[in-house]
Design a protein around this ligand. Structure first.
Ligand code: C2E
Ligand code: CA
Ligand code: CA
Length: 641
């Protein structure tokens, strides 16, 4: 905007200066022409006036001294007068021409009279001379004299006025021209400065916008986009020079604790300081990036093989696990590093990124600090990557669907809810069971999209049942990685709102190992969900190594005994005992206890005897489609009535 106004201003100033120059030259020229015309006419009038005065004096002289020379002079003077009158007639205005014609009318009879008078002088006839002078020549001459002299005076005056005007204009021009030009120059300079400044400002704004689009706002480090770009470049140059590029992916382990206990101010300052330490430790050629949240990455464009990358990881790990101090508060963070190098772990940036993520996640899971990508932990490697690619497309194309397995109350026989179990109708492989793709999805961020997809399907189904007059809560399985992601809470709030369901229509099943991965982060998220009124069930309980004591501060409402114990209950006394004790423990902690994997009526009866609350298993119903579940539900209700 200022640029446009400055440009307009600059143009206006230049136009004004040019306009002034043209105007002043035109007006001065016109005044000059006028002055010249006035002065010429004035000269002719003066000449006429002089001739008249001379004629008068020669007339007198001839009477005193009738010398032929005097008469000759007189005739010359008359010629001068006639010429002057002719010039005035030619150059003058209509008024001048009228004046000249008037004089000429008088001049002819006057010349006749004066000639008669001169003849009378020659004859010495004084009486005749006096008479002609008094009656004819004298009065006629006076008229001519009066007209010519008056006009001559007027013209002299007008000529002086015109000259004066010209002089005034010239002196006005002389004084204003420099002022106008100086003022113009100043204004033009001013506008040019504004233009220049605006250009500089726009330039710096453009640069700032470019910088902002490629850097993280909080730490000023490179962002994901810049990292991806540099990674591509580094890989390109590594391919050309036969060198190795390394990538370190870092995820902080206890960062949420800082954010939740000390607040975002400390959290942000800590992230900033971590970024600075990473920058200080990294080499100049390396790119330190923040990928979002508490995730960082370091690109090592040229590194001495895997050993070099591991050394760098060790150095950076030591740097960021050393104590931080923010406003006198000492803070410690743990970090998990995933390390990959080009060639050994992959030949393109997306494979390397994915594998660094897998390594980082493995490091986190195993509490190892630093791990390189291990194809063993990703055994079905090429297939695994294909699954991930396919899964992304499958989610977009809606190839995944849900089956529902009812949970039945052992005391009343009523259906207390259903568990939603995901299935994938793969276009080539056919039906894929969750055990085949969930573990892959859990290794990368895709599990977030999958959980959202399942939650949305499950809740929309609950809405359909509710609209049909049946109130059935749904249980959805949540992965460990979902509990590290703050987005989960917002997504659930949004989905409940979208399907207009109360929070008690949703149960989240979380395995104990998932709760233990990052206990603090998991507890924060689960507490939020619990406060909202969403029930949390601990899934596969007994399969892990966690004791109930470790879980006691978590907001758990339901406990699901792992099906391995239930399945083997009758063949193995120890399992029966475990099931029995878990039921008691759960009740003592105020939880409702569910047994899954109930395949026989005997197991069902035994569980009933042990006061287990709810049963789920093939004996009651296999996981089935929503429509099949509806039929099962109605038949069951009919049998009862
Ligand atoms: P889970 O949460 O323990 O789910 C129960 C599994 O036990 C289901 O297997 C179900 O079909 C099976 N089951 C139920 N009753 C019986 C029975 O009487 N006998 C036997 N032998 N098995 C029974 P499914 O559907 O193959 O799911 C396997 C696992 O995949 C689930 O275990 C769960 O951990 C995971 N999963 C399924 N759906 C989802 C999902 O939407 N999200 C996530 N994150 N995980 C899911
Ligand atoms: Ca489950
Ligand atoms: Ca289970």
């Amino acid at each position: 905007m200022p640029t446009r106004w400055a440009s307009y201003g600059l143009i206006a100033v230049l136009l004004a200066i040019s306009g002034f120059a043209v105007w002043s030259s035109i007006t001065t020229g016109r005044l000059g022409q006028e002055a010249i015309a006035w002065s010429r006419l004035s000269d002719h009038y003066t000449s006429a006036g002089t001739a008249v005065a001379a004629a008068k004096s020669l007339g007198h002289k001839y009477r005193l001294d009738p010398n032929p020379k005097v008469r000759h002079d007189f005739n010359n003077v008359v010629t001068q007068l006639t010429t002057a009158l002719e010039n005035i007639h030619r150059l003058g205005s209509p008024e001048d021409r009228t004046l000249v014609e008037g004089v000429r009318t008088e001049l002819t009879p006057y010349l006749e009279s004066i000639n008669k008078l001169f003849d009378a002088v020659d004859r010495g006839d004084d009486t005749q001379v006096r008479w002609i002078d008094n009656e004819e020549a004298g009065p006629r001459f006076e008229k001519i004299e009066k007209t010519v002299l008056q006009a001559s005076d007027n013209y002299r005056y007008e000529s002086i006025v015109a000259l004066e005007k010209l002089r005034t204009r010239e002196s006005f021009n002389a004084s204003t021209t420099p002022i106008v030009f100086i003022a113009g120059l100043i204004l033009a300079g001013l506008f040019a400065t504004v233009l220049q400044r605006t250009r500089v400002e726009l330039d710096s704004q453009r640069k700032a916008a470019l910088h902002a689009s490629l850097h993280d706002k909080l730490t000023g480090l490179a962002n994901r986009t810049l990292l991806a770009d540099r990674f591509e470049q580094a890989m390109h140059s590594a391919r050309r020079h036969g060198s190795t590029t390394g990538l370190l992916l870092i995820d902080l382990d206890r960062f949420k604790e800082v954010n939740d206990t000390l607040g975002h101010y400390y959290g942000d300052r800590l992230l900033d300081q971590i970024g600075q330490r990473l920058l200080n430790e990294a080499r100049k050629i390396d790119t330190v990036a923040r990928l979002g949240g508490d995730e960082f990455a370091i690109l090592l464009p040229s590194v001495d093989g895997l050993d070099g990358a591991l050394q760098a990881a060790l150095r950076l790990h030591t740097a960021i696990t050393a104590t931080f101090e923010i406003d006198g508060v000492e803070l410690d963070v743990e970090a998990s590093f995933g390390v990959v190098v080009s060639g050994l772990h992959g030949d393109d940036t997306s494979t390397l990124m994915q594998r660094a993520d897998i390594a980082m996640y493995a490091a986190k899971k195993q509490g190892m600090g630093i791990l390189t990508y291990d194809p063993e932990s990703d055994r079905r490697s090429p297939e695994h990557l294909t699954i991930l690619g396919d899964l992304r497309r499958g989610l977009d194309r809606g190839e995944l669907f849900l089956d529902y397995q009812p949970k039945v109350s052992l005391s009343t026989g009523k259906v207390t809810g259903v568990e939603a179990l995901v299935r994938w109708q793969h276009p080539v492989r056919g039906l894929v069971r969750p055990d085949e793709f969930i573990p892959c999805a859990e290794l990368t961020g895709i599990i977030g999209s999958l959980t959202y997809y399942v939650l949305n399907l499950a809740l929309s189904q609950v809405r359909v049942w509710a609209d049909a007059g049946i109130s059935i809560p749904v249980a959805v399985n949540i992965s460990a990685r979902n509990l590290l992601d703050d987005k989960l809470v917002f997504q659930i709030v949004e989905l409940l709102e979208c399907h207009q369901l109360s929070p008690d229509m949703l149960v989240l099943e979380v395995t104990e190992s998932a709760m233990m991965l990052d206990r603090h982060a998991a507890r924060t998220i689960l507490m939020r969900l619990h406060t909202m009124g969403i029930r949390i069930a601990i899934d596969d309980f007994g399969a892990g190594y966690t004791s109930l004591a470790q879980l006691k501060d978590l907001p758990i409402s339901e406990l699901k005994i792992d099906k391995s114990f239930v399945l083997a209950m009758q063949s193995n006394k120890a399992n029966e005992l475990i099931v029995r004790s878990v039921v008691d423990l759960g009740h003592n902690l105020g939880m409702s206890v569910i047994a899954e994997g109930v395949e026989t009526v005997d197991v069902l009866n035994a569980l009933s005897k042990y006061h287990c609350d709810i049963a789920q298993g093939f004996h009651l119903c296999r996981p089935i489609s929503a429509e099949a579940f509806m039929r099962w539900y109605e038949e069951r209700n009919c049998e009862k009535c």
